[in-house]
Every structure is written in structure tokens, then in C-alpha cells.
Design a protein around this ligand. Structure first.
Ligand SMILES: Cc1cc2nc3c(=O)[nH]c(=O)nc-3n(C[C@H](O)[C@H](O)[C@H](O)COP(=O)(O)OP(=O)(O)OC[C@H]3O[C@@H](n4cnc5c(N)ncnc54)[C@H](O)[C@@H]3O)c2cc1C
Length: 368
């Protein structure tokens, strides 16, 4: 049975931060060397999900919306839950807490500006000689092939001159008329005049950042009647993320992929926060027990993973179906069932309800 006394974590992002947290809270006393290519963690993004949050995130400040909507043209569905509010954790708040912990941990050393192009490079680093390296946990991003199923978005934090948003309700998906990809406007309203608005697409292959920006401006104009001179742009964000069908690199012995690299991201939605926290917990448990890498699916439940795979297979042939599926779920599921679906924690009964709410004929036609 292996014992892990010295671990290298490649990348200081969400996944490795969660792992280190779990390891220390479970009593791991070995050395942890963190190797991060940037000069500091990325504090600009935010992570959203439905409550309850994993225990390690509960003492971090979070914004929440107790109602959320899904919309296409005149069809709008509003769902609400106090217990399962839609919650946002800002990376800046997350890292304030995490870095305070990491920097005061005498057995964790962080090496910034350390770009690990390949594992051989790790041998040349000034890591503690007294403790040879037993395991490498790798969270580096991997180059996506152009045809892979991916999520892309461009988001703007804006301040408008006049009241434009309903701060009580987050807009999860306001679908556009595009038929060759899933495309929607996402809006997190912080007040009547301030919101994060994002134009998001799910598709096989890339759609350029310029096209996203153009679509975002058009949507602001068409949906909120906001022209350029009616708002101030406060900050921008943009990202491309792999979704379910992504061929993850085969893990070598002694090297465990984690986070997005480890496949812990939902194929149907691109949400990763909960599955990454769950994966970190499982990895920490195996490390403490001196076991091999856990083989359980990184996305929380087998059932969820299975449904996500079918969903991706169907929308490959008929992208329009993706919008119909989300709308059908919002129409037919209650808030509790919808949250179970989005959190990846479907009970068998709720899974049957999800399947029953799908546009069956179109779905089967796309599958076979
Ligand atoms: C902008 C954005 C918003 C998101 N929003 C949500 C959300 O609202 N809800 C949700 O559930 N999920 C969300 N996700 C998906 C997912 O939860 C996040 O991407 C999450 O941060 C993934 O964690 P990770 O540790 O796998 O990767 P990251 O957090 O990206 O960490 C990887 C780290 O590895 C470092 N690195 C990369 N290459 C090297 C190298 N060669 N050598 C050393 N270090 C390297 C990077 O600098 C980075 O610090 C979002 C993703 C993005 C990009």
C-alpha cells in the first residue's frame, strides 16, 4: 500500500485548493508543494451553484438569489427556493480565506511563476530534499480540439443609467433564436442598475470571442433596450471550457488529474464547482488511506453522468433540442427536482420525471 508523505499539486486553482483544504481537515501532516504558473491565483472569476454549499465553502461570503428564470421568446418559467438558493462565490472572497490558510501552513509551500510544461520539470525544482515526491496531482488545463463540445462565454459587469434589472431573480438562460448551437443570455443582477450579463454558447467547435461580444451587445439592446451610451462597462470576463465529451488524458501511475482536467465538469451544463469539491474529497480520503486513485465517476452520480452523455449525443445531431430540453425541464419539474438535476444529485424518481419531460419523439430521432 503506498504512503503519501509529499505531494505536488500542479496548478493553484479551485480543485487543488479544495484538495489541500480537505487533506488538512482530515489530518494529513505530509508536505504539499504547490506549483502554479501564474504569479497569484485568479481572483477575477466567480462560481455559482445551488445551495447547500460544500462545508469548506460555507464560511466564505456568498451572494444569493432565491428565484431564477429560464426563458425563450414569450415562454418564461420562474422557479424559486430559499433552501436551494442560487449562490455566487466570488473568487476574490474564496482566495482571501484560502490564502490565509495556505500561507500559515508550515508544511505547504507555494511556488508561483512555475510553469510545469512536463512532469520532468518537477525534478529540477527546489522541493524539500528530505521528503521525496510520492504523488503529483495535476490540474493544468489541456488544449481543446476545435471540434470538441465546449462552453464559451463573454461576460460584462455593467452599470446602467436607469433601472433595468430585477435584483430578486437570476436569469439562468434566456435563449436566442440560433439553431446550430445552444445560445443564451445569462444575467446575475446585483441591483436594479448593476448586473453581470453573459452571452453563452454550448457547441461542438469554437465560436469566436468577437462573435460572442457582438451577440452580447445585440442582446443587451434587444432584451433590455440598452444601447452603448446607456451603460458603463465596469469589467469583462471570457472563457472557453470543455464539456462532457472531452477526451481526458489517461492518468499515469503516480499522477492524478483533478478538476476540469480530471473530468469533474458537467457535460450538460458546464457547472463544475460541486463535482470538483466532491472529487477533492474523494482524492483526499484515498491519500489519507494510502489507496490508489478513486475510480468513481468525477461527476457526482452515475445516473447524472449517464443522462448527460445521452443529452450530448442527442444535441450533436440536433442542437435545437438542447434548448427544448432545458425549457421542458423548467416547465415540468418543480424547483426541488430542477435543483437536483442541476446539482447532479437526481433521485431515481426525479430522473424518471426528467426523462418523461423530454420531447420524446425528437429526442429518440436524434439518438438513433
Ligand atoms: C470564468 C469561469 C467561470 C466559471 N463559473 C462556474 C460557475 O459559476 N459554476 C460552476 O460550477 N463552475 C464554473 N466554472 C467551471 C469550473 O468550476 C471552474 O473552471 C474551476 O475553476 C475549475 O477548477 P480547476 O482547478 O480544474 O481549474 P482552474 O481553477 O482553472 O485551476 C487550474 C490552475 O492551473 C494553473 N496552470 C495551468 N497550466 C499550468 C502549468 N503548465 N503549470 C502550472 N500551473 C498551471 C492555472 O494557472 C490555474 O491556476 C467556471 C469556469 C470559468 C473559467
Amino acid at each position: 500500500m503506498p504512503t503519501y508523505n509529499h505531494i505536488a499539486c500542479v496548478g493553484l486553482g479551485l480543485a487543488n485548493a479544495c484538495l489541500i483544504n480537505e487533506l488538512r481537515s482530515m489530518g494529513f501532516t505530509g508536505h504539499i508543494s504547490v506549483l502554479e504558473k501564474a504569479t497569484a491565483p485568479d481572483t477575477h472569476k466567480r462560481w455559482c451553484t445551488w445551495k447547500p454549499l460544500p462545508s469548506m465553502l460555507r464560511d466564505i461570503h456568498a451572494n444569493e438569489w432565491q428565484a431564477w428564470t429560464i426563458k425563450k421568446r414569450t415562454e418564461q418559467h420562474s422557479l424559486a427556493s430559499v433552501r436551494h438558493a442560487y449562490t455566487e462565490i466570488k473568487a476574490s472572497d474564496f482566495w482571501e480565506v484560502q490564502l490565509a490558510r495556505l500561507n500559515s501552513d508550515p508544511h505547504t509551500s507555494i511556488h508561483y511563476s512555475t510553469d510545469i510544461a512536463n512532469y520532468k520539470k518537477i525534478k529540477d525544482l527546489p522541493l524539500p530534499q528530505s521528503a521525496p515526491l510520492d504523488l503529483i496531482i495535476d490540474s493544468r488545463s489541456i488544449q481543446m480540439a476545435n471540434s470538441q463540445y465546449q462552453q464559451q462565454f463573454v461576460g460584462w459587469m455593467i452599470e446602467t443609467r436607469h433601472a433595468s434589472f430585477d435584483p430578486e431573480s437570476a436569469q439562468l438562460m434566456h435563449f436566442t433564436e440560433e439553431t446550430d448551437r445552444i445560445a443564451f443570455l445569462y444575467c446575475l443582477p446585483y441591483s436594479e442598475t448593476r448586473a453581470l450579463v453573459e452571452y453563452t454558447t454550448f457547441q461542438f467547435g469554437a465560436f469566436s470571442r468577437e462573435q460572442h461580444t457582438f451577440a452580447l451587445k445585440t442582446a443587451l439592446n434587444e432584451r433590455y433596450r440598452l444601447t452603448d451610451n446607456q451603460y458603463t462597462l465596469l469589467s469583462k470576463e471570457a472563457a472557453s471550457l470543455p464539456m462532457g465529451s472531452y477526451p481526458h488524458p489517461k492518468p499515469l501511475s503516480g499522477y492524478w488529474p483533478i478538476g476540469i482536467r480530471g473530468g469533474a465538469i458537467r457535460g450538460s451544463s458546464g457547472y463544475g464547482l460541486l463535482s470538483i469539491c466532491e472529487q477533492a474529497k474523494r482524492y483526499a480520503d484515498s491519500i489519507l488511506k494510502g489507496m490508489a486513485r478513486p475510480k468513481a465517476p468525477p461527476v457526482n452520480h452515475h445516473l447524472t453522468q449517464y443522462l448527460d452523455r445521452i443529452f450530448i449525443r442527442a444535441i450533436r445531431k440536433n442542437p435545437q433540442l438542447g434548448q427544448d430540453c432545458f425549457l421542458a425541464c423548467a416547465r415540468k419539474l418543480n424547483s426541488q427536482q430542477f435543483v437536483e438535476l442541476m446539482r447532479g444529485e437526481l433521485s431515481f424518481a426525479s430522473a424518471l420525471k426528467v426523462i418523461a419531460s423530454m420531447p420524446t419523439y425528437t429526442f429518440l430521432k436524434a439518438l438513433f
